[in-house]
Design a binder for this molecule. Structure first.
Ligand code: FES
Length: 522
């Protein structure tokens, strides 16, 4: 089996029974904020796109690049489709001209022609990607690959049970706007960023230890930021609070743990994989040197890509749009239908829209309890976002149904909040269509009513086995320190004495001191 790196989370898998192109991404994503690093635009995409199968793990724009798929991937390819609750991924691929689909069943092995076996695990909670993220397992002639991508399954046992995995490809770097966009003192931001960076690394190691594959490929990031406004997000300033470490950083830290089975997959790297070996050829003479020269490399890339960024920026302004009226028209019916998410947000959320002159500000409130969108009325708000008015105009213009997959991942905003992180705000703003909203509300309804009766003992405490966030098994992911439970899957913390979640609103945990009767649990 041959794995060819094609940049970021993308790769081509070749076997004698057929080839699979995964997540090809070349054009900038999220308001021209993210670019693939290293640059993969010079690869021979005509040849790479001539494949038997296409796998798009999910709809995030650094995995689903519509323009690239349209131009470079043969429409004869059969799409390996994850089993998602909404049809959006399939619909968008059909719009691009793909007609052949294998609709997989989550966690079921599918035998394709010629002895090629695949399995796709679909994760479907409102917080998984843009309502859906997935991993692809591939087997040919006894060689197995898990492309975990940036998915966060609660555990990997379902893949491990299918036999020893030879190559495990997974995310290790950041892919979020936290904490950089928060209006916090630099020192606090750095401390939160460092925590986040450490947590990303710990989570990756946990997954690696779970699967025990022969070879580990750190993929799916980091992106690079080439617009001058976002340049500071690149990890080239020696800032330990930067959440976008690169593959070489991972490899070095991985080696410090005494491991040596990592393979860096640059665009153009080829890994020939057998059951006992992995022969790697890189497109550069010295990988370490390549990463050591990252700053000048990015500076040159910035110059090359500047015209692309400028051209995108020129499309954002739509002065004819009445933003308040349009947001009212689109969001109020959804607020009316939202029960769980509106209750979860629990207060007004303010958007400060900075005008074209860079000074004037229009403040609009999405009032979740009041179920209306209206001008800001000098009240206390739970969250405040500040962004350019033209970005919101553009979202309205393109009828964007997922602001996480556009505005928030662009990092082109700043944010302030009172109190804890609130996942319901972001869940709501990725559900700005009827279909998505109904799905997410239904999911929360079911989740809320599913009680998880089993308890486990962690240190001096008896706690519910499943994490109140996304049901990770706390026998594997739970750590108790000084009365605080940390679930390592996403790093959420819970005060065990009160049961209160310290990371987000709601999500109480059931816990009691070992030896105390169950009735006293709160
Ligand atoms: S499942 Fe997300 S923190 Fe536990």
């Amino acid at each position: 089996m041959r794995l060819t790196g094609t940049g970021h989370a993308s790769m081509r898998i070749d076997t004698p029974a057929g080839s699979i192109l995964c997540d090809p991404w070349v054009n900038p994503a999220y308001f021209a904020s993210w670019f693939p690093f290293p640059d993969n635009s010079q690869l021979d995409w005509e040849t790479l796109g001539d494949v038997d199968y296409l796998y798009v793990s999910h709809l995030h724009r650094d995995h689903f690049d519509a323009a690239h798929l349209k131009r470079f991937v043969t429409k004869k390819a059969t799409v390996l489709l994850p089993e998602y609750p909404t049809s959006q991924l399939e619909d968008e691929l059909r719009d691009l001209g793909f007609t052949s689909f294998i609709k997989t069943k989550s966690n079921e092995v599918h035998a394709l022609d010629g002895g090629l076996n695949i399995m796709i695990q679909a994760l479907i909670s409102p917080t998984d990607g843009p309502i859906g993220d997935s991993s692809l397992w591939v087997e040919y002639d006894g060689v197995r690959v898990l492309n975990q991508n940036d998915a966060r399954p609660t555990d990997l046992s379902i893949f491990a049970e299918l036999g020893h995995v030879h190559a495990h490809l997974l995310q290790f770097s950041g892919a979020i706007w936290y904490p950089m966009v928060y209006e916090l003192p630099e020192s606090a931001k750095r401390a939160f960023g460092k925590q986040k960076r450490d947590r990303q690394f710990d989570r990756t190691i946990r997954y690696i230890d779970d699967l025990k594959a022969s070879w580990v490929f750190p993929i799916a990031g980091p992106p690079c930021f080439l617009d001058d406004e976002l340049w500071q997000f690149n990890d080239i300033f020696g800032d330990e609070g930067n959440i976008f470490p690169d593959q070489q950083w991972f490899a070095d830290h991985y080696r410090e743990l005494g491991r040596d089975n990592e393979v860096i997959l640059l665009p153009g790297t080829v890994a020939e994989l057998t059951a006992d070996d992995c022969k790697v050829t890189h497109p550069v003479p010295d990988v370490r040197e390549f990463f050591a020269d990252k700053k000048p490399y990015l500076e040159q890339m910035r110059e090359r890509k500047r015209p692309i960024i400028e051209a995108e920026k020129a499309t954002w302004r739509h002065p004819e749009i009445d933003v308040l009226a349009e947001l009212k028209r689109r969001i109020e019916p959804l607020l009316e239908e939202s029960i769980y998410m509106a209750k979860g947000v629990g207060g007004p959320v303010r958007f400060d829209l900075v005008g074209y002159d860079g000074e004037s500000v229009e403040s609009i409130v999405v009032d979740f309890p009041g179920k209306e969108v209206r001008p800001y009325a000098d009240e206390k708000v739970r969250y405040r976002f500040r962004t350019q008015r033209e970005l919101i105009e553009h979202l309205i213009y393109i009828d964007e149904g997922d602001w996480v997959n556009s505005l928030f991942l662009s990092c082109r905003f700043s944010a302030a909040r009172i109190g804890q992180y609130n996942e319901f705000i972001y869940a709501f703003f990725k559900c700005l269509t009827e279909e998505r909203l109904q799905y997410a509300e239904g999911w929360y309804d079911e989740h809320e009513r599913t009680t998880d009766a089993e308890d486990i003992t962690l240190g001096d405490w008896v706690v519910q086995r499943r994490c109140p966030h996304l049901k990770a098994d706390l026998t594997r992911f739970g750590m108790v320190d000084d009365g605080v439970l940390t679930c390592q899957l996403h790093g959420w913390k819970f005060d065990l004495a009160s049961g209160k979640c310290l990371t987000s609103v709601g999500h109480k945990v059931r816990a009691r001191k070992a030896g105390e009767p169950a009735e006293s649990a709160s």
